[in-house]
Design a protein around this ligand. Sequence first.
Ligand code: AOF
Ligand code: ZN
Length: 362
Amino acid sequence: MDDERYMDEAFSLAERGRGGTHPNPLVGAVLVNDGEVVGRGWHLAPGQPHAEALALAEAGPRARGATLFCTLEPCSHHGRTPPCADALLAAGIARAVVAVRDPDPRVDGRGLRRLREGGVTVELDEARYGARARRQNAPFLKYHETGLPLVTYKAAVTLDGKVAAATGDARWISCPDSRRAVHQLRARTDAVLVGVGTVRRDDPELTVRLVDGRDPVRVVITRDGALPWDSKLLATARRTPTVVIADQATEAVRRRLRERGVDLIELGSSDPRDALQALAARGLLDVLCEGGPTLAGGLLAAGLIDRLVLFVAPMIVGRGAPDLLAAPAVAAVADAWRLRDVEWSRVCDDLVVSGALVRGDA
Ligand code: AOF
Ligand code: ZN
């Protein structure tokens, strides 16, 4: 049906903003008049026009009597830009098909109401489009529902579920194309998260180098803020935004981090939930955890990991090597952590498994 085709295009347009819109959502909008697409828009970055405003600008007078297909409820607030609902009314659209309600407390149904009160036929069709809209904007929606970012844990593992050899050597478990895929994941995310142990062990750069794309913000969870002073992260902190989270930093550490251009977040506790909340409060809503077993195990045990992406390499390293996750063992298989909506693909000889993490048979 035509409606679905137009909404499909709106979803594709929204994807063009992927990686750059945080803390704002991905939004795509299509205006259709008499069976012809007269305006298209998508949101690129905070402070930039909203998708609906761009579609209206392209449509000009042809917006009168048109139908809007929008992946998110049009806004009703004066933020960095004026309310889209008012602009849509002023332009004289006749009908609006919307994929999902906007949970931002500044909007939260008011955009739809304003359009209805202005005489527009509004169809909020979550039954048809809601699942896709929620998948596309999972971080934005999770943040407005819980105050937490969406956390994806990514790791390269062997067939025996290990992330390194017994000596700690981990270069390289996954194949070159898998490593490129990881850079792609980084380019699409707001922040990459590791623990200080990973910085000591691997001295990673956590930037996007193997593919085109922007670097995510790099975040290191520590207790005392003391990263190795010769680490690549510190050496490049002026070029690529770098955040250090600490709950026991000394004045000397604060000063040295500041000198290197690091953004230090100081918390009153070492609870990873507080760390994630602090990241979300800074607009980092989509977090890719590339940490080691200790950090990932702590996040898993606290129920803070939403998604898993595993690059499973066809090799075996044997006993004594570090497990994927240092998490407490479950008593019964029925209590295991599981993936839902599992997807598999193959990259070189690696098997890539991803899905949403849930606990038990739920
Ligand atoms: C966007 N782009 O295309 C739409 C948004 O900071 P502001 O003023 O740009 O407002 C951001 C809020 O506007 C965002 O949280 C969401 O509720 C609403 N809709 N935002 O960035 C768009 N349609
Ligand atoms: Zn808007």
